[in-house]
Design a protein around this ligand. Structure first.
Ligand code: DQA
Length: 147
C-alpha cells in the first residue's frame, strides 16, 4: 500500500525556515525518516507545494486511488475552505486523512488556533516535530485494515 504525505506552503523551506520553530531538518530528511519508518510494506510518497490548487488536485488523486493521506496544510490550515472541502472528499470516501503539524499551533499566535481542516480530518497530530509525521504514519496503518 501507498501513503501520500502532502505538505503545503513554505514547507519546502524546512531546514532554513524558523529553525527554532520547525527544526533544522529539511524535506529530504523527512523523506528519509519516513522511508525508514515505512519499511518494505508501505510506500510513502512525500510531496510539497506552495499552490493551493495543486494541493487540492493531489487530494482528488488520493480519492480516486483510495490512498490514505498525511496532510500538513501549513498556513492553509487556518483559512482554506477549498482545501477543507477537498480533504472532506477523502474522509467521506472512508479513506484516512491525518492532519499533522510540526509545531503545536495552539501554543502559538491566536490565528493558528483555528483549523478549518480538523473538523473533517480522521484525526490530528501536532507539536512533535518531524515525529508528528511518524506518529501519523502509525495512525494511518492502524486505521487501514490492509495497511
Ligand atoms: C504548521 C503550522 C502552521 O500554522 C504554519 O502556517 C505552517 C506549519 C506546522 O507544521 O507546524 O506553515 O502547519
Amino acid at each position: 500500500p501507498r501513503v501520500l504525505v502532502l505538505n503545503g506552503p513554505n514547507l519546502g523551506r524546512l531546514g532554513s525556515r524558523e529553525p527554532d520553530v520547525y527544526g533544522s531538518q529539511d524535506l529530504a530528511a523527512l523523506r528519509t525518516l519516513l522511508a525508514a519508518e515505512a519499511g518494505d510494506d508501505v510506500e510513502v510518497e512525500v510531496r510539497q507545494t506552495d499552490d493551493e490548487a495543486e494541493l487540492i488536485h493531489w487530494l482528488h488523486e488520493a480519492v480516486d486511488a483510495a490512498t490514505p493521506v498525511i496532510l500538513n496544510p501549513a498556513a492553509f490550515t487556518h483559512y482554506s475552505y477549498g482545501l477543507r472541502d477537498a480533504a472532506a472528499l477523502v474522509t467521506k470516501a472512508g479513506i484516512p486523512l491525518v492532519e499533522v503539524h510540526i509545531s503545536n499551533p495552539h501554543a502559538r499566535e491566536e490565528f493558528r488556533h483555528r483549523s478549518v481542516i480538523s473538523g473533517i480530518a480522521t484525526g490530528v497530530i501536532a507539536g512533535f516535530g518531524f515525529d508528528s509525521y511518524v506518529l501519523a504514519l502509525d495512525a494511518v496503518r492502524r486505521a487501514t485494515p490492509t495497511g
